[in-house]
Design a protein around this ligand. Structure first.
Ligand code: NAD
Length: 415
């Protein structure tokens, strides 16, 4: 099929590259010319395991000119939907891309499908996306189809997750729209769930809110276990054996970050409050997760005054195998350390260039240099941190790096 993907971020690039790898003819549309140039050189503008290799091999085009996608069978919208100050999402990138699509629609003679992959709150595709597209004079369900198909990939494992989904959700305006997207996805070995547009939007928010709740739950259990000198991970392993609970997302630590979980929980809270409902559990999850990162600092303060001490931070990305630092716990931690007057040295295998944009004045160095600091904080569970020599050091671990237990002084955040 002829596929176009609007937005060359983590989701758009992985979607485009994987669909090209499956034999589709893919064009990427991106307003950032720098990213377009990267793809034209067959390079990835961001770090995502396995993505550069696919981009090198597949025949994929990139452009900033929307008219070049006029012959697409399916157009995926994968632009960002970041949080506003009140927690609701901004739709400016979605509406920006739709407004540019209007002229493409006007020039289009035959039926094609527009599929929203960006995470948008329930009701958005019907109330915002379709009315903008219909400004072209073309009618949804008649001249073009509309689907909402949320993405569930984990950064760092995006290529694997795209190719091996647990399930595929097709939110459809009508059955013809859904059938078109079904044709693209039918070769995947995963259940395909077909629902209406706003149910698909809600499935994404419900999934991420549940994951955020699960992480916060085990962190709360971990905080209690630590007081009682009980190994949280033994508890988590045992409760995870219960099939009703499951073993994933039970890694206690300093909480979740990244571009999705907090943003999505906040957006669902904002949407619920708009409707006059106060979602108390979700509000508590956000507050609790914010406070969990500070526990690391509280533990550190038991051992030293932070002012003028050298503190090393291992890990800046919000999870391993990505260079994405959006809402990373390292942001909260480095910010507090600097405010307390500490001398901060940091290391991350992939994310230092992105972190530098937020904190230009901390020292970016090697893992070995970080280990020479008065204390070391482990913030991201990169595999290579299992290979470092922690002997004789003071380590506060937010992510359960087993090797770090050989440190002279070792404390976990909730173990
Ligand atoms: P991103 O910010 O990394 O990428 C978005 C890209 O869209 C940017 O490169 C930007 O320049 C481009 N863009 C903005 N306006 C444009 C326009 N008018 N035309 C063309 N390109 C435009 O975002 P992301 O992390 O890939 O996320 C995209 C969406 O997918 C969001 O709604 C997010 O919530 C959702 N999502 C993200 C993940 C994830 O792990 N990152 C997972 C699932 C869902």
């Amino acid at each position: 099929m002829k596929i176009s993907v609007i937005g060359c971020g983590y989701v758009g690039l992985v979607t485009g590259a994987c669909l090209a790898n499956l034999g589709n003819k893919v064009k990427l549309v991106e307003i950032d010319e720098n990213k377009v140039e990267y793809v034209k050189r067959k390079e990835s503008p961001l770090y995502e395991k396995g993505l550069s290799e696919i981009l090198r091999e597949v025949d994929i085009e990139a452009t900033s000119d929307y008219q070049q996608i006029v012959d697409s069978d399916i157009i995926f919208i994968c632009v960002g939907t970041p949080s506003k100050a009140d927690g609701s999402i901004t739709l400016e990138y979605v509406t920006g891309s739709l407004n540019q699509l209007i002229s493409v629609l006007k020039n289009r003679k035959s039926y094609f499908l527009i599929a929203v992959k960006s995470t948008v709150v329930p009701g958005t595709t019907e109330e915002v996306v379709i009315p903008i597209l219909e400004k072209s004079g073309k009618r949804a369900g008649h001249d073009f189809g509309v689907c909402m198909t949320p993405e569930f990939l984990r950064e760092g494992k995006g290529v694997y997750d795209f190719m091996n989904p647990d399930r595929i959700i097709i939110g459809e305006y009508d059955s013809k729209s859904g059938d078109t997207l079904y044709t693209l996805y039918e070769s995947f070995d995963a259940p395909i769930v077909r629902v209406d547009l706003k149910t698909a939007e809600m499935i994404k928010y419900a999934s991420n809110s549940f994951l955020a709740t699960k992480v916060s739950f085990i962190n709360e259990i971990g905080n209690i276990c630590k007081q009682l000198d009980i190994d949280t991970y033994q508890v988590a392993n045992a409760i995870g054996l219960d099939k009703r609970i499951g073993s994933k997302f039970l890694e206690a630590g300093i909480g979740f970050g990244g571009p999705c979980l907090t943003k999505d929980v906040k957006a669902l809270i904002a949407r619920a409050e708009q409707l006059g409902y106060v979602p108390n559990i979700l509000k508590q999850i956000v507050n609790f997760n914010d406070s969990q990162a500070f526990r690391m600092i509280e533990i550190l303060k038991k051992y030293m005054l932070l002012k003028d001490s050298s503190i090393g931070v291992l890990g800046l990305s919000y999870r391993p195998d990505t260079d994405d630092v959006r809402d990373s716990r390292a942001i909260t931690i480095v910010d507090v350390l600097l405010k307390e007057g500490a001398v901060v040295k940091v290391y991350d295998p992939q994310a230092m260039h992105n972190f530098k944009k937020l904190f230009p004045h901390v020292e970016y160095t090697t893992a070995e240099e970080v280990l020479n600091c008065d204390a070391i904080l482990i913030v991201t569970e990169w595999e290579e941190f299992e290979l470092l020599d922690y002997r004789g050091k003071l380590v506060i671990d937010g992510r359960r790096i087993l090797k770090a237990r050989e440190a002279m002084i070792y404390e976990g955040v909730c173990w």
